[in-house]
Design a protein around this ligand. Structure first.
Ligand SMILES: NC(=O)c1ccc[n+]([C@@H]2O[C@H](COP(=O)([O-])OP(=O)(O)OC[C@H]3O[C@@H](n4cnc5c(N)ncnc54)[C@H](OP(=O)(O)O)[C@@H]3O)[C@@H](O)[C@H]2O)c1
Length: 289
């Protein structure tokens, strides 16, 4: 089957590409940057385009059987998502898997949750065989904290102590590829989660164990987090993420046993564990130091 992966040069999409190639799909990846095509796995076709351009949206979905849709967090996130939904509709795409976020319908006030809730509604109102994936916070976010962990002995993500059921991106990618290639999950929405909840403090403790050195949780002070983050992120993103961390600190982002059971049935294996992910990363960082 012919699949177009939107976001295929990024964290989740690149793993979706791998999983689709392993399942013998004919994979196409949209990118705004033609240079990125050279980094795609062999046999994968790079297509230049931008979801904000109508010409792209009119052209790239033609002859595709399936679409994996992801839109990065930005002030135009919902617009890009709706452009893609329309492109896929106009081209008569049969199957579409949309990457949303857990609790998109609960924390609708958060800009990047509400943006996804709107796109979810458009996906559901279309005639695709759709599957919506709602992942929790990614384990792989911690790659961004390598310097904080290794140089300063600090874990900086202000997740609070209610708990998050963080997930491995490789589980998300497998779920997407299974839904796209089998069509067996049409009309379903899945939370994608890890096997047990973690907190800011327990995450720092896990990193301490796998790195073999003390790692302190930086704490829940969102003013301090905002001041630090404005040095490397746009203000609109910092504003959005601060609201999200406040939500996490107050309510958490927790899965139930039913979520874990459904995901295990979907993937054919239990969710990957955070400690295993952290151990792998620690070994990779050690080997490259
Ligand atoms: N991080 C988390 O914990 C978490 C948890 C739940 C949900 N999510 C959701 O996951 C998504 C982010 O996924 P990610 O981390 O894989 O993203 P990412 O690594 O930042 O990659 C973004 C991708 O989107 C493509 N892209 C950006 N703007 C585009 C445009 N206008 N037209 C076409 N393609 C465009 C980029 O392609 P080029 O640069 O090659 O053009 C790139 O492939 C967000 O929606 C986020 O809310 C994240």
């Amino acid at each position: 089957m012919k699949v177009l992966v939107l976001g295929g040069t990024g964290t989740v999409g690149s793993q979706v590409v791998r999983e689709l190639v392993a399942r013998k799909a004919e994979v196409n990846v949209l990118s705004r940057n033609p240079d990125k095509a050279s980094g795609l796995p062999s046999g994968v076709r790079g297509v230049r385009g931008d979801l904000l351009e109508p010409a792209t949206v009119r052209a790239v979905f033609r002859e595709m059987d399936g679409v994996f849709l992801l839109n990065p967090v930005s002030p135009t996130e919902s617009h890009e998502g709706l452009m893609a939904v329309n492109g896929a509709r106009l081209a008569g795409v049969k199957r579409l898997v949309y990457l949303s976020v857990q609790d998109a319908d609960v924390a609708v006030h958060l800009p990047h949750f509400g943006s996804k809730f709107a796109v979810e509604a458009a996906v559901k109102a279309s005639r695709f065989e759709w599957t919506i994936l709602r992942p929790n916070n990614f384990y792989q976010n911690d790659v961004f904290f390598k310097d904080a962990l290794l140089q300063y002995g600090v874990y900086p993500q202000p997740m609070g102590d209610v708990g998050l059921s963080r997930v491995d991106v490789r589980d998300i990618a497998e779920a997407a590829a299974i839904a796209l290639t089998t069509g067996a999950h049409a009309g379903k929405t899945y939370n994608l989660v890890g096997p047990e909840p973690v907190t800011g403090k327990s995450t720092a403790e896990t990193w301490s164990r796998v790195l073999g050195r003390p790692i302190a949780y930086a704490g829940d002070d969102l003013d301090a987090w905002e001041k630090q983050s404005l040095q490397y992120m746009p203000a609109s993103l910092v504003f959005d993420f601060r609201l999200m961390y406040q939500f996490f600190q107050e309510k958490g982002l927790l899965a139930g046993p039913a979520d874990v059971e459904r995901q295990t049935r979907l993937l054919g294996h239990p969710p990957r564990r955070f400690e295993d992910y952290a151990r792998e990363m620690a070994a990779t960082w050690k080997a490259s130091s």
